[in-house]
Ligand binder design. Structure first.
Ligand code: FMN
Length: 187
């Protein structure tokens, strides 16, 4: 049986990003019949419609669009910048959404996990991201909601997430996402 492919998109380029640590932990919790790839957003050129209109598309866009096309579902793990989605992740959505009519996101299931060292758990980023995903026609998992607050308290001395209760909650997110993917994938 061919493995279903999950693309993970992290809204932080920071080397020691908490969101990356959460994403890596979640990636390891998918069942064996899933292939999981975290897409590197570093170096993805900023969207400029002229490039599409004039057919002068940066190589980073072509590579990104080709990569995303092959995924069956998307997991977005994001911090919050100024109560919204970090530019790097919004740019990835924009690049993948064009040229008009050729969006690589269209009609594939997704899930959103927001991460913050603060109490509010990046709620603003989580919901601004969902607003874009509605327009992009990415059916986005509603429950369980995944707001990871006070994230530094979840990391052990090596910077890994090993706490049993946290891992159980993360596993419940992935288990629900697998069901969501089954229900929302094109047959
Ligand atoms: C430009 C900027 C804006 C930020 N705005 C918020 C915010 O609105 N809400 C929040 O919880 N944290 C905010 N933070 C703090 C981030 O949550 C923190 O830097 C976090 O470590 C970023 O995620 P990362 O560890 O995955 O890189 C902001 C940080 C930066 C650099």
């Amino acid at each position: 049986m061919t493995k279903r492919k999950i693309g993970i998109f992290v809204g932080s380029l920071r080397k020691e990003s908490f969101s990356k640590k959460v994403a890596n932990t979640l990636a390891a919790q998918f069942p064996a019949d899933f292939e999981v790839e975290t897409v590197d957003l570093n170096g993805l050129d900023i969207y400029n419609q002229d490039f599409d209109d004039e057919g002068q598309v940066p190589a980073s866009w072509t590579k990104f669009r080709e990569t995303v096309k092959h995924f069956d579902a998307f997991l977005f793990v994001t911090p919050e910048y100024n109560r919204s989605v970090p530019a790097v992740l919004k740019n990835a959505l924009d690049v993948g959404s064009r040229p008009y009519g050729a969006s690589v996101w269209d009609n594939k299931p997704g899930a959103v996990v927001s991460v913050s060292p603060g109490n509010l758990s990046a709620f603003g980023a989580n919901h601004h991201l969902r607003q874009s995903l509605v327009f992009l026609n990415v059916p986005t998992m509603q429950q369980p909601e995944a707001y990871i607050g006070n994230v530094t308290g979840l990391l052990d001395e090596t910077g890994s997430i090993t706490d049993g209760e946290t891992l159980k909650f993360f596993q419940s997110i992935i288990d629900a996402f697998v069901v969501w993917i089954d229900h929302n994938s094109k047959k």
